[in-house]
Design a protein around this ligand. Structure first.
Ligand code: GBH
Length: 486
């Protein structure tokens, strides 16, 4: 029974050619007794949640439809010279119209959870004030389609697409944006929490603050000084904290609230006690203005000392808000950093990686699989977090469609297998990671890189919107079905 079901599912997913693919036979998989999972090497705990992640502006398209207001990414991507090839998210994966088919793909993969984000300017076209009912209806219908497919939705409220109307008033430079975000978050939670049980406030505060307001390579494309950037970071973590409180006030009881942050992952150079101790110190300091203040309700002494007169202005009450208790912590884990022990004041030094360090297709994406051990482990050690998720992990690859119509992304499979092996190592030592969301289901609009960098496990032909599951899709479906790698 199980065997024929698997075959049918895989035939649907990969077409008739599936049988001819040089992958491990399904007979061998079906022969493995299901409940031996817990004792198999590299098994994940029973009930571990496997998912994929996407973000509104990167997949939805339909930028001008059904009353959606402009976001800073519409403005930025339509500004000459800001994105690769002048690419925009106007159409992207056309997920706004094709979500039913894409959710079917998720179901075929065996996903039990899915992380998506809400476009703020679909709900409040001007950031605050009047509501666009069509936007609310879209997310209700989309979430219902997930639930019908047996997939639990995890909702991110801010994945970088700030309404342009708020940027016109200073964006995150303006403290009012933090309150506007909380109002929007509370409103969405009031409308969706009958269907969605997990909400994440922000995606990667570090990224949108530093790339958008310091480096100028993401929207809104500003290059501000370090005092301004420190204040913006403070407004952003404050927005997170206010949103946590607003969601708790407005959502159905039982709603769980967290965030999806991308901490700097400070792997010990080698796994000896002195370097591991340095990794703990480094993790707290390198993330002082983001995860550390959120978890501890204070900026570290070294962070404030280093900024001196440029330190952010804050009140004790704001710090309490920022540290509002969370039900879970989500982390996006990609590239590693490495640290070593040092006798100086900080107790650690960040190591500059050799230029030979292996990378994926994105120049920044160095391959450090042990990051998926150390990131959750350090967070658990430092702050005793009881529930964690890997809210993103994945890789870009120079995918090509082969003559036989398949995409053999062996490098992405290598990357995923090795990162997941280290996640299993963490979980097997008692680190409470409950689920993993692979970035991404589909190739999509990769921000400033436009469509030039592919992160999907499903290939998208952007000219036709045709979807082709890659080899990594089959790898992931296999991991999910066996709930492990062994
Ligand atoms: C995540 O960011 C995002 O949440 C997601 O939207 C994105 O698609 C995905 O990863 C893949 O990139 O251009 O050299 O200055 C990951 C963290 C931090 C990675 C900033 C890209 C820019 C490096 N990102 N980084 S560079």
């Amino acid at each position: 029974m199980l065997l024929s079901f698997s075959r049918r599912r895989f035939a649907q997913l990969f077409g008739a050619a599936a049988a001819a693919l040089p992958f491990r036979g399904f007979d061998a998989l079906a022969a493995a007794p299901g409940d031996a999972a817990a004792t198999r090497p590299l098994a994940f705990p029973k009930g571990f949640l496997w998912g994929s992640a996407t973000a509104s502006y990167q997949v939805e398209g339909a930028a001008k439809e059904d009353g959606r207001g402009h976001s800073i990414w519409d403005t930025f991507s339509h500004t000459q010279g800001k994105t690769h090839n002048g690419d925009t998210g106007d159409v992207a994966d056309d997920y706004y119209h094709r979500y039913r088919d894409d959710i079917r793909l998720m179901k075929d993969l065996g996903l039990t959870v899915c992380r998506f984000s809400v476009s703020w300017s679909r709900i409040f076209p001007n950031g605050t004030g009047s509501i666009n009912q069509q936007g609310v209806d879209f997310y209700k219908k989309m979430v219902d389609a997930m639930l019908e497919a047996g997939i639990q939705p995890y909702c991110t409220l801010y994945h970088w697409d700030l309404p342009q109307a708020l940027q016109d008033k200073g964006g995150w430079e303006n403290r009012d944006t933090a309150q506007a975000f909380a109002d929007y978050a509370g409103y969405v939670a009031s409308k969706l929490s009958d269907r969605v049980k997990h909400f994440m406030t922000t995606n990667e505060i570090r990224s949108f603050v530093e790339l958008g307001y310091r480096e100028g390579i993401h929207a809104p494309g500003l290059r501000l000084d370090r005092a301004k950037v420190a204040q913006i970071a403070h407004h952003a973590v404050l927005g997170h904290g206010l949103a946590v409180q607003a969601i708790r006030a407005k959502a159905a009881s039982g709603t769980r609230v967290g965030l999806a942050e991308n901490p700097t992952v400070t792997n010990p150079a080698i796994e000896t006690p002195e370097h591991i101790a340095a990794a703990h110190k480094a993790f707290r300091e390198e993330n002082a203005m983001y995860l550390s203040v959120i978890m501890e309700g204070r900026y570290t002494d070294l962070y404030l000392k280093q900024l001196g007169a440029d330190a952010p202005k804050f009140t004790p009450e704001e710090l309490r808000t920022i540290a509002s208790p969370l039900d879970f912590v989500g982390i996006n884990v990609y590239a590693p950093t490495y640290v070593r022990a040092d006798a100086g004041e900080r107790g650690y030094v960040m190591i500059t990686p050799p230029t030979s360090f292996p990378k994926m297709a994105s120049p920044w994406l160095t391959v450090g699989p042990e990051s998926l051990y150390w990131a959750p482990k350090l967070i658990h050690d430092l702050w005793k977090v009881k529930e964690m998720y890997i809210t993103e992990n994945g890789a870009s690859s120079d995918d090509v469609v082969a003559a036989d119509g398949h995409v053999y992304d062996t490098d992405r499979v290598m990357y995923l297998r090795n990162y997941l092996t280290h996640l299993q190592r963490a979980i097997s030592q008692g680190v409470p990671v409950k689920g993993y969301f692979l970035w991404s289901l589909l190739d999509n609009f990769e921000w400033a890189d436009g469509y030039s960098k592919r992160f999907g496990i499903v290939y998208v032909d952007f000219a036709t919107q045709k979807r082709i599951p890659k080899l990594s899709s089959q790898f992931y479906a296999d991991v999910i079905r066996r709930n492990g790698l062994g």
